[in-house]
Write a protein of this length. Structure first.
Length: 386
């Protein structure tokens, strides 16, 4: 495994993926930002984030308020998933990451660091404080034109935590951290296999055994990975029509119930001249889920036919949808943020529609399919055709 000089980059000769880039990456910066994010999560969750004045009433919103509101409206599974993504998993992700980076920064190696960093990286896509802030900002721009909305101290802590989480991700170089956790042998051997979590090379006889550096199981290609990913993809297709035909939310004003689907929300943003936000919601809530569903179907068909066409494109597309898939939560978080604010007993209420849990299911199922799928299966299937 080659090292890369500071300021340079290392790319895979097969698919062109950037393996390592040290320019702007720093263990000290990543540790400081991760620890600061963790500390900010406490006031962000304990303090109110938004306030709105409706007639003579003043409503406050906490991060957990929307989760509780969805639970009370008889959508407990959706409430649990959203609560994990914006409350529990950010604490777990940045707590574990800060602990691992802190141990490395202090120069105190430990046998559990590999497993700890592997789990911290797996939680990265599911700790969605940054996506939550973006969804809240779009909802803020949509509501502030009609009602006075005020950002409270907890809201500023949420924004700061989201920003620092992005800086942490940008400052972190995975291969550099893995080298600090445990070095690898530099001697090349025929038919070596590589750990998909930490890139540790191992001889073929190690297949099926735990990686000595991170503890993940070593496979030349994960067994049944395409079948598992396709099963989740088909389940996502089943929820897709419900997610777009039914309303995400309904507003009850003096008993007059008006439903808003995902596309209706896009049109409302266009009517409010918020063209950029309308484009973002359309891409995040319509195009990206559809792209993920058809991409996985394409990958599965490619493996079945042992196709060698456009393997680089398919691999890059897989990495893209694995990265951007989490941003489809924007619409869900918009509802979560403003659900407790838009409430005035007997006069005004926001009701969660059938589309929200269905759309959340589409997003979560495709996010689960991405790590289960192994893009190496497409390359190996193409080689078996030759």
């Amino acid at each position: 495994m080659a090292d890369v000089a500071y300021g340079g980059s290392l790319r895979c000769v097969r698919c062109g993926h950037t393996l390592e880039r040290l320019n702007g990456r720093s263990l000290t910066l990543a540790f400081a930002c991760s620890l600061a994010t963790l500390l900010l999560l406490f006031p962000a969750n304990l303090l109110p984030i938004l306030q709105v004045n409706i007639l003579a009433a003043t409503n406050h919103s906490y991060i957990a308020s929307g989760v509780l509101g969805i639970w009370v409206q008889d959508w407990p599974v959706a409430a649990i998933v959203i609560g994990l993504e914006i409350i529990a998993l950010p604490f777990l992700r940045f707590g574990l990451l800060s602990l691992v980076l802190g141990m490395l920064w202090l120069g105190r190696p430990a046998s559990w660091l590999g497993r700890g960093f592997r789990w911290a990286e797996r939680l990265d896509n599911w700790a969605m404080m940054d996506v939550f802030v973006f969804g809240g900002f779009i909802g803020y721009e949509r509501v502030v034109q009609e009602l006075p909305v005020r950002i409270l101290p907890g809201g500023y802590c949420v924004i700061a935590a989201a920003f620092l989480s992005l800086v942490t991700r940008a400052a972190l170089e995975r291969r550099q951290i893995w080298r600090r956790i445990g070095s690898v042998a530099r001697e090349a051997a025929p038919d070596m296999i590589c750990c998909t979590s930490c890139d540790h090379p191992a001889p073929p006889v190690a297949e099926g055994q735990p990686c000595p550096r991170c503890g993940a199981t070593l496979w030349r290609c994960r067994p049944y990975a395409p079948m598992r990913a396709m099963a989740l993809t088909l389940a996502g297709f089943a929820f897709y029509p419900v997610a777009y035909l039914y309303p995400m939310e309904s507003s009850d004003v003096l008993g007059d119930l008006t439903g808003y689907s995902i596309l209706t929300g896009v049109f409302k943003l266009v009517q409010a001249n918020l063209w950029i936000f309308a484009a973002i919601i359309f891409c995040a809530s319509v195009l990206i889920p559809l792209l993920k569903l058809f991409a996985f179907a394409w990958f599965g068909l490619s493996i079945q036919r042992r196709s060698s066409a456009r393997l680089r494109l398919k691999t890059r597309l897989y990495r893209l949808i694995n990265t951007i898939g989490r941003w489809s939560h924007i619409d869900v978080f918009t509802v979560s943020v403003f659900l407790p604010l838009m409430h005035l007993s007997g006069l005004l209420a926001v009701l969660v529609g059938k589309a929200l849990p269905a759309f959340l299911a589409v997003v979560v199922l495709t996010m689960l399919a991405a790590p289960l799928f192994d893009p190496r299966a497409m390359w190996l299937a193409a080689e078996r055709r030759v």
